[in-house]
Design a binder for this molecule. Sequence first.
Ligand SMILES: [Mg+2]
Ligand SMILES: [Zn+2]
Length: 251
Amino acid sequence: MAGSEPHTPVVSNLSPTASDASGGTLTGGAVFIDRDGVVNEQRTGSYVHSWRDFAFLSGAVDAFIALADANIPTFVVTNQGGVGRGYLTEASLSAIHDNMAASIREAGGRLDAIIHCPHSPADGCACRKPRPGMLLTLAQRFGLALDRSTFIGDNVTDLEAGRAAGVASILVATGEGARSAMRLGLPPIVGVRATEVRCEQMPGLAAVAPGIASAVDHAIRNHRRPSEPCLQASDYIERNTVNRPARAPEH
Ligand SMILES: [Mg+2]
Ligand SMILES: [Zn+2]
């Protein structure tokens, strides 16, 4: 494999308990999580080249533990264009993902698989976000219900991929999130909990959250309910009249 097929995303670190749709162990909705800027610190202007460069964001491992407790299929979905551009080998990426998956699982977290797009933008593949190919691949392979799933991301392209696949999304303030909120004309993301939101530019966006822990908490509380974005926009607007720090710490 190793990303050799130019237009196919790579599924790795499959959990021993995960099985393909024919096995039927994964049904219903899933939580999809972007990697850089959501699970781990984004390196400005650079790629994560090795495990030494990888730093979990606050609350990230606990979020995977919460997903284990809630028994929700959980996937990391990440563009790794550094592979296609030749800045990062599949072997290096594989070592990073092996360590990441082991850290999450040894702590008791749930991670069913990681899927990445190794292609550069010039490849024009169907899997690089904002395209929905990775979500569609996972849904087909594992029998997931996209309309009961949630995508947690920090970039507008994550939200666009979710929208294209019919998956509700949650925007986190970490990584590129604060900039993404601005680009979408949203007020700064404040408070310590996720807040439901309505965004005309991004109809699939269901909520904003300060980080992965609060986003996962929201996804778990709304799980099993078919995706129903655009609830209680007034709550978000009210909260944003209160002057609070733009980025609250994750607990
Ligand atoms: Mg990201
Ligand atoms: Zn791709």
